[in-house]
Design a protein around this ligand. Structure first.
Ligand SMILES: C[S@@+](CC[C@H](N)C(=O)[O-])C[C@H]1O[C@@H](n2cnc3c(N)ncnc32)[C@H](O)[C@@H]1O
Length: 113
């Protein structure tokens, strides 16, 4: 699809293995991963927190592969309270992306005006 002289391709697939995408060819990644076992819409989705972290690791590594050098990955996430236990998702996801090769840039907190 050609829009304003940019090329758009929609792939419905697994972000852990983006075989359709050549290494170093993507200029921006934005994702909103499943909210770890969020009581409102992801209750029991992950077996445990380690399974969630493994998904984030696999996606971070694959994202690092497809992005061009110097380009940016944005992850929409927040810490999560599940059954009275608070999970430090922002810190863990930040470290996971750093371990995959990314430099940490910033945290943006959106406020509804
Ligand atoms: C918090 S929702 C994001 C919804 C999206 N922002 C929207 O507006 O529709 C998380 C999404 O991640 C998808 N998802 C889960 N595992 C995935 C994977 N391995 N690869 C790609 N998407 C995945 C789920 O199907 C779900 O739609």
């Amino acid at each position: 699809m050609n829009v304003n002289n940019t090329w758009h391709k929609i792939v419905i697939g697994d972000a852990r293995k983006m075989e359709e995408i050549e290494s170093g060819t993507v200029h921006l990644m934005i994702t909103s991963p499943p909210y770890f076992n969020a009581p409102f819409d992801y209750k029991g989705f992950f077996k445990d927190f380690d399974e969630f972290l493994k998904l984030m690791e696999d996606v971070a590594e694959e994202t690092y592969r497809v992005l061009s050098k110097g380009r940016i990955a944005c992850v929409n996430c927040d810490d999560m309270l599940v059954n009275g236990e608070k999970y430090p998702i922002v810190a863990d996801v930040t470290k996971i992306f750093m371990r995959a090769g990314f430099k940490y840039r910033d945290k943006i907190i959106w406020l509804i005006g």
